[in-house]
Design a protein around this ligand. Structure first.
Ligand SMILES: Nc1ncnc2c1ncn2[C@@H]1O[C@H](COP(=O)(O)OP(=O)(O)OP(=O)(O)O)[C@@H](O)[C@H]1O
Length: 234
C-alpha cells in the first residue's frame, strides 16, 4: 500500500528529513515515533502530497501523491496534529458537511461512530473541549471506512476510556475493512497495542525499524531509551 523510497525534504539549515525508506503492507498499522521536531509531521505531509519532497519517490496504492494528491485523498482519511474545524458549526452540521463531500459515506456508520465515542454532536464546535474536537476529527476521517488512514498524534487529548474506544475503532477498520493505518504517536502503550511495526525517527532520519512482538510496551520503551539516550543536564 505504501512505498517510500529514498525520500528527503530539506528545509533551510539542513532541517527536515533525509533518505527515508519504508514500506507498509495492506492492512498493517505502522507507527512512527520520535521526539519533538524529529520530522514526523513533515514526512506525513509528504506522504499525502501536501508538501513536495526534494528527492525520492512515494507511492500510495501505486499513486504518487506528489503528482496527484487529490487521487490519494479520495481513499485516505487524515487527522492532523493541529485540528482545525469550522468552529461556528454544531458537531452534527460539520459531520454532515464532511459526509456530503466524501464518497461512499453510509450515515448509519457515522451514527455508530458518534455513539461509539459518546459525543454530544448537538454542541457548537467552539464550545467543545480539545478531546471532543479530536473525536469529531476522528469520526470525520473514518466515516467512509477509508482504505488508507493517516493519524498525526490523534489521541493526545483523549482520556483512557476514549483511548480504548479509539483502539477498538482502529482494530475494526483494520480487521473488517482492511484499512492500512499510519500513526504518529508519543504514547508507547498505544503504539504497542496497535502497531505491527514502528519506525524510530531522529533528526530527520529513520534510524531503526522495529517489529512489535506480543504488544510488548517494555520492548518499545527500552528501544526508545537506547536510541534517544541523553546526558542528564539537571
Ligand atoms: N515550513 C517549515 N520551514 C522550515 N522548517 C520547518 C518547517 N516545518 C517544519 N520545520 C522544521 O522541521 C523539523 C521537523 O518538524 P516536524 O513538524 O516534522 O517535526 P515532528 O517530529 O512532527 O515534531 P512534533 O513531535 O513536535 O510534532 C523541525 O525542526 C521544524 O522546526
Amino acid at each position: 500500500m505504501v512505498k517510500i523510497n529514498e525520500v528527503s525534504k530539506k528545509y533551510k539549515n539542513n532541517v527536515g528529513n533525509f533518505n527515508i525508506n519504508f514500506e507498509v503492507n495492506d492492512g498493517e498499522i505502522y507507527g512512527i515515533i520520535g521526539p519533538n521536531g524529529a520530522g514526523k509531521t513533515t514526512l506525513i505531509r509528504q506522504l499525502l502530497g501536501f508538501i513536495k519532497s526534494d528527492e525520492g519517490e512515494i507511492l500510495i496504492n501505486e499513486i504518487n501523491p506528489q503528482k496527484n494528491s487529490k487521487a490519494v485523498m479520495e481513499f485516505t482519511g487524515y487527522v492532523s496534529g493541529e485540528i482545525v474545524l469550522y468552529e461556528t458549526m454544531k458537531g452534527i452540521e460539520y459531520l454532515k458537511l464532511v459526509a456530503s463531500l466524501k464518497k461512499g459515506v453510509e450515515w448509519e456508520f457515522v451514527e455508530k461512530l458518534i455513539k461509539h465515542f459518546e459525543i454530544d454532536v448537538t454542541r457548537k464546535i467552539k464550545k467543545m473541549s480539545k478531546g471532543m474536537k479530536q473525536k469529531i476529527a476522528l469520526i470525520a476521517a473514518t466515516m467512509n471506512k477509508p482504505k488508507f488512514l493517516v493519524l498525526d498524534e490523534p489521541t493526545s487529548g483523549l482520556d483512557p476510556v476514549m483511548q480504548e474506544q479509539f483502539n477498538e475503532l482502529m482494530f475494526k477498520l483494520k480487521d473488517e475493512y482492511k484499512t492500512t493505518i499510519i500513526i504518529c504517536s508519543h504514547i508507547f502503550e498505544e503504539v504497542a497495542k496497535l502497531c505491527n511495526k514502528v519506525a524510530f525517527i531522529k533528526d530527520g532520519k529513520l534510524i531503526e525499524e522495529f517489529k512489535v512482538v506480543n504488544k510488548d510496551i517494555n520492548q518499545i520503551q527500552e528501544k526508545f531509551k537506547t536510541l534517544f539516550a541523553k546526558e542528564v543536564v539537571l
